[in-house]
Structure formats: C-alpha cells, structure tokens
Write a protein that binds this ligand. Sequence first.
Ligand SMILES: NC(=O)c1ccc[n+]([C@@H]2O[C@H](COP(=O)([O-])OP(=O)(O)OC[C@H]3O[C@@H](n4cnc5c(N)ncnc54)[C@H](OP(=O)(O)O)[C@@H]3O)[C@@H](O)[C@H]2O)c1
Length: 250
Amino acid sequence: MKTTGNTLFIPGATSGIGLGLALRFQALGNTVIIGGRRTELLERLVAEHPGLDAVEIDTSDAASIARAFDTVTSRHPDLNVLIAMAGIMQPEDLHDPGFLATAERTITTNLLGPLRLLAAFIPFLSRAKDPVVMTVSSGLAFVPLPSTPSYNATKAAIHSFTESLRVQLADTPIQVLELVPPAVRTDLMPGQAESPHAVPLEDFLDEVMSIIETQPDADEILVKAVGFLRFAEANGSYPQVLANLSGRAL
Ligand SMILES: NC(=O)c1ccc[n+]([C@@H]2O[C@H](COP(=O)([O-])OP(=O)(O)OC[C@H]3O[C@@H](n4cnc5c(N)ncnc54)[C@H](OP(=O)(O)O)[C@@H]3O)[C@@H](O)[C@H]2O)c1
C-alpha cells in the first residue's frame, strides 16, 4: 500500500498498535479516522491531535458496525483503507467450563468483528482509489500460547480467512494485507506493557512503517521478531517453540 494520500479507518485505535499506526499515518499527511468504544478517549485523542477524526464503534455489535460504516463513509467519501485492528486477549483455564464465556467474547470480537467489518466495507472499498483492507492476526496464529487458547484460534482463523479473501478479491482493485505482530508492549494483556518478551511499541511501529514503504506489495507485514513463530512449522522448530510458550503467561 502507499504511505501517503490515503484516508484510513482504524477501528481499534484508542490505544496500542492501532493508535500508534494512526499517528504514524497522520504524521505522513494521511487522513485518519480512529474508532473504539471508549468515547472519552476518542474525544481526548481528537483534541490532542488536530485533524484526526473519531467514530465510536463496538466491533462486537453488528448494529454499531453498520452505524459506524454510515458515519465514516458519509464524512469521508474518499475512504480507501480499512484496518480491522480491534481485538481482545484473555487467558482461559480449560479445566473450568467458565472458559466458554471468554471464548464466546473473544470469537465475537476477534473473528466475527473483522468479518462483519469486511462485509460492510468491501463493496464501498471496491469502488475506491487504491483500496486496501488490512487484517490483524498474530504470531500466535502460527504457534499457540496455551494460556490463551481461543485468542490463538481466532488469530489462526483470521490468517486463513485473509488468505482466501486475497484470492477471492484478486478480481477487484482491493489489496489485502495481513499484519502479523509478535508480542508488542501494549495494554492488550495485564503486564504486557512491561513484558521482557515483548517488542517496544515504537520499535515495532518503525519496522512496520518501513516494511509498508519498502515492500508495498508484501501480503504479510512481518517484523523480524515474529519470524520464530511465523516460520516455526516450516523450519521444524514448532515442538520446541510450543514447549517454550507452554509455561508462559504472556
Ligand atoms: N500487542 C501484541 O502483542 C499483539 C500481538 C499480536 C496481535 N495483536 C493484535 O493487535 C491488535 C491491537 O492490540 P493492542 O496490542 O494494540 O492492544 P490494545 O492497546 O488493548 O488495543 C486494543 C484496541 O482494540 C479496541 N477494541 C477492543 N475491543 C473492541 C470492540 N469490541 N470494539 C471496538 N474496539 C475494540 C480497543 O478500543 P476500546 O477499548 O476503546 O474499544 C483498543 O483500541 C489486536 O487485534 C491484537 O490481537 C497484538
């Protein structure tokens, strides 16, 4: 994708990777609309960053996605990029049937949410100039972190869905990208912002923006730190990587 001249909607940009990418794209002169549920945060971010627009959206709610689609596309008819960023990550103890509530919440937000966003925006984007949809999976799509089973499963599903999406949309102008983050220091999980296993957010964003700039046709955005997960099965290290992740909370 190009790094300038875009109008991007990023549902899931009130914090972390989404907010970081929003500000990086805004700094390059792109028009950016951030989305999320925390309305006070949306208002504060718009006040702090003149030019940024914000739209309230709960991606676990189909009606909220439909409302946000109407608002974003009527305010920004030039919209050409959707980044389906919103996600949650919560531990589950599979001995306890209570895990199911977490699993249902995770699947609704991390899998159904992006699919509903794609259903809403693809017809519009197919008529846009230089259109892009970016999904957000995870290195954990490729080797699971056993303490967060449903999270890993939703991200594996997003990876698989994105592969099919790219093939099916090959007859449209839409470019289909998949961002595959490694562990990054955000508030996704308690303690993650300080985790020694996670990449500092600004370092991650530097590398992502450089990949977008230097490899505009890459299907997957893969920073170096995600390689040990992304290619574990192919290079034969899967059992060892899974064993390493097995005792780990984060
Ligand atoms: N950080 C990592 O290590 C890592 C690794 C791999 C993949 N990822 C993925 O990267 C994405 C961003 O995560 P992050 O690390 O930046 O975490 P984060 O700081 O917790 O950001 C999550 C974002 O998603 C939004 N969100 C969550 N549920 C939502 C909902 N129902 N409706 C609308 N927005 C919702 C949050 O906004 P509100 O709370 O305001 O709604 C927030 O803006 C996620 O998809 C995550 O799975 C992260």
